[in-house]
Structure formats: structure tokens, C-alpha cells
Design a protein around this ligand. Structure first.
Ligand SMILES: Cc1cc2nc3c(=O)[nH]c(=O)nc-3n(C[C@H](O)[C@H](O)[C@H](O)COP(=O)(O)OP(=O)(O)OC[C@H]3O[C@@H](n4cnc5c(N)ncnc54)[C@H](O)[C@@H]3O)c2cc1C
Length: 382
């Protein structure tokens, strides 16, 4: 196992200070290993995640070579030639487990942002003290965007949150954590080959969730009630002006509709499985409130906004992969993690084999399936 940094590197070095997992402790599990502490419904801090994963690495005896950045993987006869900063390797199979979130996806329009504005990505952001005094625009309202909007607003800065397509979820539903419902009802286990529009499912934004000791819901209603200003999707930056789409009402209606559909699925499951006595009565939530007026433009040279945080998603970095397995958009071609090259596999990507594939608890089932395939490949090509 080749790791460019240390075990749990992304959790050590690529997350902001206040971040906690949005998945509850009971859900943090890896093969033959699970959270066994006193707070199963709590949410781990980054230090706790590092400890959790480091302990797994030690217990599993995984042969991790740390500080070994892979700089190239290229095909050779019957396998691959791997170049690392510390030496060369030959192998018959390769598993790409280098993460789904190596690079922050920032839209090309960022190039038109005036130089006076400080821009940060979530991989660089640590805490509000890092940002210049003054207004902050956060672009993107998925898990990262809503969490940063909340934290930066609490630091006393005015926050303008640009909202595009998003997935709204309550933290709790019928007395249980919403991720309990995802797990128990089987939604999270749904397989990739049972999903109608897989390409779309793989691009879905992360849900608007935060893990806090108080189990708060952090949706757009909560943010606007605090005083965060909601604007539409950032469509362009022209002559120093940010231009926002006017479709906020539609975005809200769509997210509310999808949330209600998911809650319907949970209700049906609870009825069909006669689990209704374990949970509270069905609930429906206030629709997302549409502001009475929303700005369509913002002058980025006026001084009102001093920094922008691009909470516009992440993508993997495969610049070191010298194997023709990426499509025109740079997306890895694979069938449930079996990459389009002999003996090459991937793990940890969105909806790789199941809806839960890119979460910590998704690794176990995917690893089992892929290792079976890999062992079969080695046996047939021996
Ligand atoms: C902000 C944020 C919050 C998240 N919150 C949650 C959450 O609450 N719950 C949850 O289950 N999941 C969460 N996730 C998803 C989380 O990243 C995954 O669950 C988990 O990290 C996937 O593990 P992984 O090993 O596949 O990827 P990573 O943790 O990204 O690990 C990949 C490793 O590969 C190494 N690497 C990359 N390139 C190279 C190279 N060329 N050579 C050598 N080594 C390399 C990296 O250093 C890294 O250590 C979150 C993700 C982000 C970005």
C-alpha cells in the first residue's frame, strides 16, 4: 500500500479545523472493525477520525509504505510498472484507492474574479480567521457550503451563499437520525446496476448535513434565519460583477420535492416492515422559504465581498496514471470498480458499487466484491 503522506492523510491535512463527520459514530465501520465508544450517535472530530483509522491500520497489519507518492503507473507485459518517489515496483494488479476528493473543482469563471478578492477552496480553508475581514461569498450549498456558511457567519462576517442544485435533508426524521433511515431502509445499499440514471447518481451533490453534538439540521431555512443571504447559482463573472441565476424558487422546490419523496420511501419501508413502533409519527418540513427579493448581481469591486470560498465539489487527481482509462472529461472508465484495463481496480468513488461507496462505511462491501474479482483475475492469468 503506497501512501504519499501518512495514514489517514486526507483527514489530517485536507479538512477544516471544526469539521466533524456528518455520519454518526455507529456508522463508522471498516472490515471487522467498528466504533465501540460510549457515544454511538455522536459525530467524530478530525482528531478522532485520524485515531480511528490509524488504529485500524495497526490492527489490520496493512503493509503501508508512507511518504511514497506514486508519480506514474504504466502498463507493462502482464501487469503494471509503478514509479514512486522512493523507488520502482512491478505488479500484476493495481487498486486505485487514491480518493475521490484530491482536487477542489472550481468553475472556470473563477478566472474573471477581480484579483482584490481572496479565493479559497475547502482543501485550503481551516477557519474564519484565515479570511480577510469583510463579506464572504460562498459558492455552493451542499454539505461543505452550508457548513462553511454557518461557521463564517458565526464569526461575524456577512455571508452571501450562492445556491445551485442541492440535496436537502433533515438531521433527524421521526426521532431517528436520517442516516439511520438511509441504512435501515436499504437506500444506502442500493447497487450501482439497479440505479436508473447512474451517471447522474454519481454526480449528485452531497446532502446538506452537519454533524454536531446538538444534532442540528443545517438547511437553507436555518441559514437564512441566522441572516445568511441566499442568492442563485453563480452563472458568470463579467466586468467585475458576479451574475446569479434567477432560478432560486425552482431550485428550492426541486430540493423540497426530492426530500419529500425520500421521506415517503422511508415511510413506506417502515409500514411494510412493521417498524412503525420503533419510530415517531411521519413528519413533513416547512418548504424552503424563498427570500422576498434576491440579488441577481453583486459588484465584486465594491469592497462588499472580500473573499470567496469555492464549495463547488471535489474530484480525483489521476495525473500520475499513464494508462488510457479516462474519458474526455477525465472520469475513470470502470464497471463497478473494475477498471477498463486488465487487473486494475478502483475503490472509494461515488456510487462505485453502492450508494454508500464513497463513505467510510461503504468500503467494506465494495472491497469484498472487488477482492473476489481480483483474486479470480490472478487465478485465471497465472
Ligand atoms: C470535506 C469532506 C467531508 C467528508 N465527510 C465524510 C463523513 O462525514 N463520513 C464519511 O463516511 N465520509 C466523508 N467524506 C468522504 C471521505 O473522504 C471518504 O469516506 C473517505 O475518505 C474515503 O477514503 P479513501 O481512502 O477512499 O480516500 P482518501 O481518504 O482521500 O484517501 C486516499 C489516500 O490516497 C493518498 N494518495 C492520493 N494520491 C496519491 C498518490 N499519487 N500516491 C500515493 N498516495 C496517494 C492520499 O494521500 C490519501 O491518504 C468526506 C469527504 C470530504 C472531502
Amino acid at each position: 500500500m503506497l501512501e504519499r503522506g501518512e495514514v489517514a492523510n486526507s483527514w489530517r491535512h485536507e479538512r477544516w479545523d471544526s469539521l466533524r463527520l456528518l455520519t454518526p459514530n455507529w456508522q463508522s465501520r471498516l472490515p471487522r472493525y467498528r466504533y465501540e465508544g460510549a457515544d454511538p450517535d455522536g459525530f467524530m472530530t478530525m482528531a478522532q477520525v485520524v485515531q480511528f483509522i490509524s488504529r485500524f491500520a495497526a490492527l489490520s497489519g496493512a503493509p503501508v509504505r508512507t511518504h511514497s507518492t506514486v508519480t506514474s503507473v504504466r502498463p507493462t507485459d502482464g501487469g503494471y510498472h509503478v514509479t514512486t518517489q522512493t523507488g520502482e515496483l512491478r505488479c500484476r494488479t493495481v487498486v486505485l484507492a487514491s480518493g475521490a476528493c484530491n482536487v477542489a473543482s472550481v468553475p472556470p469563471l473563477h478566472q474573471a474574479v477581480p484579483a482584490s478578492i481572496r479565493c479559497v477552496t475547502p482543501l485550503e480553508y481551516r477557519n474564519p480567521g484565515q479570511l480577510p475581514e469583510g463579506g464572504v461569498m460562498i459558492v455552493g450549498a451542499s454539505a461543505t457550503g452550508v457548513q462553511l456558511a454557518d461557521e463564517v457567519h458565526r464569526s461575524g462576517r456577512h455571508v452571501t451563499l450562492s445556491v445551485g442544485e442541492h440535496v436537502r435533508l433533515p438531521r433527524s426524521y421521526r426521532g431517528r437520525d436520517v442516516l439511520w433511515w438511509m441504512d435501515a431502509s436499504g437506500v444506502w445499499n442500493q447497487r450501482y446496476d439497479e440505479i436508473d440514471d447512474l451517471a447522474r447518481a454519481r454526480k449528485l451533490p452531497s446532502p446538506q448535513l452537519v454533524g454536531t453534538p446538538e444534532h442540528v439540521t443545517l438547511d437553507l431555512n436555518a441559514l437564512s434565519a441566522q441572516g445568511v443571504e441566499l442568492v442563485g447559482r453563480l452563472a458568470a463573472v463579467r466586468d467585475g460583477h458576479a451574475l446569479f441565476s434567477g432560478g432560486l424558487r425552482n431550485q428550492f422546490a426541486l430540493a423540497d420535492l426530492k426530500m419529500d419523496r425520500l421521506l415517503d420511501t422511508f415511510d413506506e419501508w417502515a409500514r411494510a416492515e412493521t417498524r412503525t413502533s420503533e419510530v415517531g409519527p411521519p413528519e413533513r418540513f416547512e418548504p424552503t422559504r424563498v427570500p422576498t427579493s434576491t440579488r441577481l448581481t453583486l459588484d465584486l469591486r465594491s469592497g462588499e465581498i472580500r473573499s470567496i470560498s469555492w464549495a463547488t465539489g471535489f474530484r480525483p487527481d489521476y495525473r500520475w496514471l499513464d494508462v488510457p482509462v479516462l474519458d474526455r472529461k477525465g472520469t475513470l472508465r470502470h464497471e463497478g470498480g473494475v477498471v477498463d484495463a486488465p487487473g486494475m481496480y478502483a475503490i472509494g468513488l461515488p456510487v462505485l458499487r453502492r450508494r454508500k461507496s464513497s463513505f467510510i462505511h461503504g468500503a467494506e462491501d465494495d472491497a469484498r466484491d472487488l477482492v473476489d474479482h481480483l483474486v479470480g483475475y490472478l487465478a485465471t492469468t497465472a
